[in-house]
Design a binder for this molecule. Structure first.
Ligand SMILES: Nc1nc2c(c(=O)[nH]1)N[C@H]1C(S)=C(S)[C@@H](COP(=O)(O)O)O[C@H]1N2
Ligand SMILES: [Mo]
Length: 322
């Protein structure tokens, strides 16, 4: 997150549309040709070092909360241009190293201000609500962006199943912290476990997605398998990966980047082109995987979700609460 190198810029030979059409055809079982194409592609992906492992189809329904009219980022870029410091600090590291992450058995432990502490098994969570496909813009604080077809359901559905008490005002997420599966935290320079948090109304907003997959398959390890959060109007670091604990609390919880450099990474971290990062501008973003002449785009207020979420911050000074 702190460094951005030229060599990190990924390129792709697969167009997202071709890939996606093949996947769709496979899912509906409509086209044998599509199926063969996809099987071939899968084999290639498994064969390459750091390739996506154990891809498993997720049946989804299209969501009305999808952002229309966007060009999807190629799968290759989504899976090879990552931030997941537990697997290294360079953009290609998670694809190379996250193969050691074991996603079964997996549980999310729920604690804090709830009627009763609970543990949810990942396979039960996968079935808790119908899986939706949501295409969202995704904007990293480092001034690059992607468009990703996520699969999941609103985090609010999960939160309801947690039975939080009215005294719960914030929710905190812990990522897995296991030195047998991940690099040691000091090698990435972050605290351990990776923690993030949201105010309760942000967590309950229908756009906030509990995410299990992308491009119609379960999440690749490097993208936060088996379950992560996606908050499309906030900088990407608010979206904790590989979550093992959810805690409901009374006051603003500590979060990894805010703890490390509070003057650079605010708790709210809403995408805002009018508030520069102390070391770079947030006015524009580089669209990963786009043709070179379309790569530099203006950044949108709340990452384009202003109409849906601005009311959450009515009366707040967005320059102070960056
Ligand atoms: N556990 C954990 N979650 C994390 C991170 C991380 O390093 N560890 N990086 C964050 C950042 S900075 C971004 S931009 C997104 C990247 O998600 P992606 O690699 O799937 O695009 O994950 C976020 N969630
Ligand atoms: Mo990020």
């Amino acid at each position: 997150m702190l460094i951005l190198k030229k060599s990190d810029i990924a390129s792709s030979e697969i167009t997202p549309k071709e890939t996606y059409m093949n996947r769709r055809a496979f899912m509906t079982g409509a086209a044998a040709a599509g199926m063969a194409a996809m099987a071939g592609e899968r084999a290639m992906r498994l064969a390459e070092p750091g390739g996506v492992e154990a891809a498993e189809t997720l049946a989804t329904v299209k969501s009305p909360l999808s952002t229309p009219g966007l060009t999807l980022t190629p799968l290759e870029d989504i899976t090879h241009y990552n931030n997941f410091y537990e697997f290294g600090v360079n953009k290609g590291d998670p694809a190379e190293h996250a193969g050691t992450l074991r996603t079964r058995p997996w549980t999310i432990q729920v604690e804090g201000l709830v009627k009763q502490p609970k543990t949810f098994d990942i396979d039960a969570l996968l079935k808790l609500r119908p899986m939706e496909e949501r295409v969202y813009r995704f904007r990293c604080v480092e001034a690059w962006s992607m468009v990703i077809p996520w699969a999941g359901y609103s985090l609010s559905e999960f939160i309801s199943a947690c039975d939080p008490l009215p005294s719960a005002k914030f929710v905190q997420f812990d990522s897995l912290a296991d030195r047998k599966q991940e690099l040691l935290p000091w090698s990435a320079g972050i605290s351990w476990p990776y923690q993030e948090g949201l105010r309760m109304d942000e967590a309950m907003h229908p756009l906030t997605l509990l995410t299990f997959g992308l491009y119609g398959e379960v999440l690749p390890n490097q993208d936060g398998a088996p379950v992560r959060v996606v908050v499309p109007w906030k900088y990407g670091f608010k979206s904790a990966k590989s979550i093992v604990k959810v805690k409901f609390v009374k006051s603003q919880p500590s979060t990894t980047w805010n703890d490390m450099a509070p003057q650079e990474y605010g708790f709210y971290s809403n995408v805002n082109p009018n508030v520069d990062h102390p070391r770079w501008s947030q006015k524009r973003e580089r669209v990963i995987g786009a043709p070179i002449w379309k790569q530099l785009q203006p950044t949108l207020m709340f990452n384009g979700y202003e109409d849906q979420v601005a009311s959450l911050y009515a009366g707040m000074d967005l320059k102070k609460n960056y």
